[in-house]
Design a protein around this ligand. Structure first.
Ligand SMILES: Cc1cc2nc3c(=O)[nH]c(=O)nc-3n(C[C@H](O)[C@H](O)[C@H](O)COP(=O)(O)O)c2cc1C
Length: 417
């Protein structure tokens, strides 16, 4: 929150607001609804003429971030593959479904807390893995890790992070955390990264399958902007003993050789289903496959003994003209919902979006670009603000549509527009 210089006439006495949340009795709504309380906090701060530093409209953050960011990093976050049709389809899919609010359902007390694959969370929301966060804010993943831990929201750390696994874990402290793997084309390096992640307290492994090559991204191509080839976003590799063992000199002394070793390890090889046992042998926690869009692939994931999937098209960054993640969700949830934890990302912007995904069969969603914009605008405070805004919006929308618990969200909660 920013303080404005002129106190308003709405202040009382010595300029303190007339009501503070901490003054309220325990059974007052201001105390009993911790997630949606963010709205009350904001209104009460308004009595002292303090306004939120960033927009509370999570779908409008891109606009303010654009004004604050350099074009390279901004378009790296905002851009999509090809014509952008997949990214647009993601949003259009959410817009095609409408919640049908129900009345007099005693939704005063609600429960949004849930547990997914053994990880408890205050609401069915995790932070999606977003790589190379230092291009939007110098503290990058460290700021994200602190904000997530502060709210108890699980973060998924990317292999393409700007900080080492151990540094992000330390910033995340006792917060819940999962690790996202871009599967290296070298078994020793892969095993080493997995062992480090496990030792650093990451509980679930998220294996991203859709990015073994980078998609055709005109926004980045037109600016010839790719942070990795400057050595940014490679901290996980550059700090890895197995990776460093293959170098004559450390990356700090010879960046070019390190990049030439990294490139063939990181991209260019598509794996196959028969390789999954390798991951199982090197990870003793739950494994989630990210990037699933076809029910047959979801079934194969279940048959292969995986624990979960993320229905995702990578926010439209990989395949232009692809199916919207939300459109793929119902068929997949119907096929494997009883065998796998089905998560969804790609296009989630509001509380209503979360409810729609849950009603169509997701156990939880991953929030992507909006928190990257929050990070760009305000570092840790920006991420915290975006998360609190989404969770408050989610809680209020759940309440006002007459739902008390997540299990009450079913396809009957929606109509198609
Ligand atoms: C700038 C940026 C970087 C990303 N980096 C990764 C990554 O390192 N690993 C990964 O699995 N997904 C990555 N993603 C994809 C997200 O995890 C998620 O699937 C996507 O952001 C969802 O789309 P949305 O942001 O439009 O909701 C990235 C997305 C963005 C926007």
């Amino acid at each position: 929150m920013t303080s404005r210089s002129q106190p308003s006439s709405q202040n009382f006495g010595d300029g303190e607001p007339a009501i503070r949340i901490s003054d309220c009795p325990a059974d007052c709504v201001l105390m009993t609804a911790p997630l949606s309380n963010y709205a009350n906090e904001i209104y009460l701060q308004g009595l002292a003429d303090v306004r939120p530093a960033f927009s509370t409209d999570t779908s409008a953050l891109a606009e303010s971030a654009r004004a604050a960011m350099e074009p390279g990093p901004f378009w790296y976050v905002a851009g999509a593959a090809g014509s952008g049709a997949t990214a647009r389809a993601n949003r259009a899919a959410f817009d095609r479904w409408r919640l049908v609010p129900r009345m007099l359902r005693d939704a005063t007390n609600r429960s949004l807390a849930t547990t997914v694959l053994g990880t408890a969370m205050p609401a069915p929301v995790l932070l999606a893995p977003i790589g190379v966060q230092s291009v939007v804010h110098p503290e990058g993943e460290l700021a994200t890790a602190r904000a997530a831990a502060d709210l108890g929201v699980p973060m998924i750390m990317s292999t393409a992070a700007s900080y080492a696994i151990e540094e992000v874990a330390a910033a995340n402290d006792d917060g819940p955390r999962w690790f996202q793997l871009y599967w290296p084309n070298d078994d020793d390096v892969c095993a080493s990264i997995l062992a480090r992640a496990r030792a650093a307290g990451f509980t679930t492994l998220v294996v991203t399958l859709d990015t073994w090559l980078l998609g055709w991204r005109p926004r980045d191509l037109d600016q010839a902007y790719l942070p990795f080839i400057r050595g940014t976003g490679l901290a996980v590799y550059f700090s890895d003993p197995a990776f460093r063992a293959g170098l004559a000199k450390p990356p700090e002394d010879d960046l070019q050789s390190a990049l030439l070793r990294w490139l063939p390890l990181a991209i260019g090889v598509d794996k196959s289903w028969d390789r999954l046992p390798f991951l199982r042998a090197h990870w003793d926690g739950p494994i989630v496959l990210k990037g699933i869009l076809h029910p047959d692939d979801a079934r194969r994931a279940a048959d292969a003994g995986m624990d979960g999937i993320v229905v995702s098209n990578h926010g439209g960054r990989q395949v232009d003209g692809a199916v919207a993640a939300l459109d793929a969700l119902p068929g997949i949830a119907e096929t494997v919902g009883d065998r796998l934890a089905v998560l969804l990302d790609s296009g989630v912007r509001t509380g209503a979006d979360v409810l729609k995904a849950l009603a169509l069969g997701a156990r939880a969603v991953l929030l992507g670009r909006p928190y990257a914009y929050g990070l760009a605008l305000g570092g840790q405070d920006g991420v915290r603000h975006v998360l609190r805004s989404l969770l408050a919006d989610l809680d209020l929308t759940m309440a006002l549509s007459g739902h008390r618990s997540l299990s009450e969200l079913t396809p009957e909660s929606l109509v198609r527009a």
